[in-house]
Design a protein around this ligand. Sequence first.
Ligand SMILES: C[S@@+](CC[C@H](N)C(=O)[O-])C[C@H]1O[C@@H](n2cnc3c(N)ncnc32)[C@H](O)[C@@H]1O
Length: 281
Amino acid sequence: MLSYQHSYHAGNHADVLKHIILGDVLAGMFNKEKPLFMLDAFASRGIYALDSEQALKNREFDSGIGKLWELRNYGNPQGVARWFKLIATENPEGGFNRFPGSTALLHNMARELDRLTACDLHPQEFDKLRESFQANRRFSLLKRDAFEALKALLPPKEKRGLIFLDPSYEIKEEYRAIAKAVTQAHRRFATGVYVIWYPLLPAERHLDLFRELKASGIRKILRVELDCGDCFPEMQMSGSGMLIVNPPWHAEQAMKDSLNWVCDHLTDGKGKKYFGWLVPE
Ligand SMILES: C[S@@+](CC[C@H](N)C(=O)[O-])C[C@H]1O[C@@H](n2cnc3c(N)ncnc32)[C@H](O)[C@@H]1O
């Protein structure tokens, strides 16, 4: 446990879909002027150096940001444009070497009235998180178990919240553990927006996650997925997806536009995309 380090994978095709869709969901929640609580339960280090030894080992970013960067100045869908802008902000000298992760995205998008908590248990990841961000009254960094944080921090006082669950799935039981944690959290905070990332791997363990969530009784679970097929044969993970419990309806068109764009440009339209309910209303 905790041998996983996201720096080996940062900027890959899954990070592209993950961060763009996460941004779309959050933007869709901003239609109300009410305060929001955000929990980045598996935060990692927030910002990744793509010239690090880890990132350069397999150059997974070539399957993602490396392939897309040259398209940044075209008329892109709003979620894609927002993501490119964030990367450009992190890299005032140009390029995309400092690649923003989920915490950087949520931190950048948060409004004055919102609160953000980011957790990671890995000592090295947590130290980097602390180096990159200044905690304050509205932004907490916790070296804390994500499953425990879910129990302790929900429901939030704001009564509105985005919970991002992006585990490393180092052990196969984690798919079920995530479903169980969401089911329990949903009992205490049924109106929360839960965004769960999953990989598409040959063992297809994401189907355990689907099965458990379908059996949980939770309604309104949207599935947004891209299988890149054999576009990146050197990678074991052929694609990825996000399950979104209580997706803000304002975000729906933006997410569709983002998924289409990512599929067109990462896989030259050859990928298989899915946008629809895992469990309807
Ligand atoms: C896939 S990475 C997260 C990537 C990040 N969300 C992003 O998009 O930039 C998963 C992270 O979860 C951390 N982690 C694994 N198990 C954890 C647990 N039980 N509690 C908190 N963090 C955990 C790992 O150390 C790793 O940094």
